[in-house]
Write a protein that binds this ligand. Structure first.
Ligand SMILES: [Zn+2]
Ligand SMILES: [Zn+2]
Length: 420
């Protein structure tokens, strides 16, 4: 019997990844994601071809983005889950934020250290992505070798990991499951280091405060903004949730900036206090109190009454808290949007846009993709040189298979036997 591959979901869409490898009655699931456009009820509905009535040996989560783990709460509690230690921390934080919990037992793996799950040998290969702790997964079973790309890029702070793989690729790969999120865009993307320079320039050109909107879990971006602050002698004010994220991940990576480091303070706000004090949310009042007692805490009133050389984290809920504490925007202030531009049209950010616009403040967008460009995907695929390249995680694969060799196009739910 040969191993079989089934892409239950993500053959024709971005996210909702759920991939099965089956061998001699054993099953391994790679990622359990919710589709990007799913409503909260649909987010945890398993794809129709995934059999949830029988056990699996393990579910491996490549990285802490919901389109790769959001399905977990819809899967049996008896299915063991494996992921990196930082991924477990970030997943648990996000799940708690929305008032839920994970039904499964979670085991953690170390990057580059192979482990066994039933007959499957899995090697997690740390890679570069906008999520912290993102991995490609090499799976060996029944004499076959599959490489699952997860989500990756070659422009972030860990780009060298991808460069190294292209230079010295794993050998004899039978199947490469390759993401193609940004295949539809021909132009290359700026690097995080290039963004750092752009942040520095805007910080230097702004007389007043700079407000920046970015995801607290996009650690590369936090580092980029922090470095730009240090070099322009500004202080970065992050909310206490971001302080929490940095503190939890700091246990794994000593170079991550922490509250208490120069040019970094934690802003105390009512909304975050509620989150940490509510039993079915983050429910860690002691963390909030400890931060408040720290001399590195920063009161929200001081954003208005204090010095103007701060760079202040901004989300719709934070703006409401700052305004309640007296924030009045002026034409000397600036707002930098550092996320996917699609979010700009959503309610909360529309309101922020209007608030800065009516104050006559400057607006900038500084962002780069979390995914590999078409040229980088082609370079990666050609160096791996798999017998079968199975496209996933894109709406654009069918228009852009030129420049890729050995493409084996599967539909969601189709069973593909991996022959020798
Ligand atoms: Zn994804
Ligand atoms: Zn991702």
């Amino acid at each position: 019997m040969n191993p079989r591959l089934i892409v239950h979901r993500s053959a024709h869409q971005i996210g909702g990844n759920c991939i099965e490898i089956a061998f001699q009655g054993h099953r391994l699931i790679l990622d359990a994601g919710s589709p990007l456009d799913a409503s909260s009820e649909d987010a945890a509905s398993p794809p129709p071809t995934l059999d949830t009535s029988t056990p699996v040996d393990g579910v491996i989560v490549s990285h802490p983005h919901q389109d790769h783990y959001g399905l977990l709460r819809g899967l049996p509690g008896s299915w063991p889950v494996w992921c990196g230690g930082p991924t477990e921390k970030l997943v648990r934080l996000t799940v708690a934020l929305t008032g839920g919990s994970l039904p499964q037992e979670v085991h953690t793996f170390d990057s580059f250290t192979p482990f066994r799950v039933g007959p499957f040998k899995v090697t997690p290969l740390l890679t570069d992505h906008s999520a912290f702790d993102a991995h490609m997964l090499l799976v060996e079973v029944g004499g076959r070798r599959l490489l699952y790309s997860g989500d990756f890029r070659r422009t972030g702070r860990k780009a060298k990991l991808v460069d190294r793989m292209i230079k010295a690729p794993p050998k004899d790969i039978d199947v490469l499951l390759l993401e193609g999120t940004t295949l539809g865009r021909a132009d290359p993307f700026p690097t995080e280091r290039a963004l750092e320079e752009r942040f520095k320039t805007v910080f230097q050109q702004t007389a007043g405060r700079v407000f920046v909107s970015w995801s607290a879990q996009n650690i590369d971006r936090t580092v980029t903004i922090y470095r730009a602050c240090k070099q322009t002698r500004r202080t970065l004010l992050v909310d206490l949730y971001t302080v929490d994220v940095l503190e939890q991940l700091g246990a794994y990576c000593k170079s991550l900036p922490q509250m208490g480091w120069p040019n970094l303070r934690g802003v105390v706000t009512a909304g975050i206090k509620r989150l940490y004090e509510t039993p079915d949310r983050l429910n860690r009042p002691e963390f909030f109190e400890r931060c408040c007692r720290s001399r590195h805490a920063f009161s929200a009133e001081k954003i208005e009454s204090g010095p103007r050389n701060n760079v202040v984290m901004l989300r719709p809920s934070l703006l409401r808290d700052y305004v309640r504490k007296g924030l009045t925007l002026t034409k000397d202030d600036c707002w930098i949007f550092s996320m996917w531009s699609g979010y700009l049209n959503e309610g909360g950010y529309k309101a922020i846009n209007e608030a800065f616009d009516s104050a006559g403040a400057r607006f900038e967008q500084i962002h780069t993709s979390g995914h590999a460009s078409r040229a980088d995907l082609q370079a990666f695929a050609s160096s791996i040189n798999a017998k079968h390249l199975v496209p996933i995680h894109s709406f654009d694969w069918d228009q852009h298979t030129d420049g890729f060799e050995n493409v084996t196009r599967l539909d969601d739910g189709a069973v593909f036997e991996i022959l020798s």
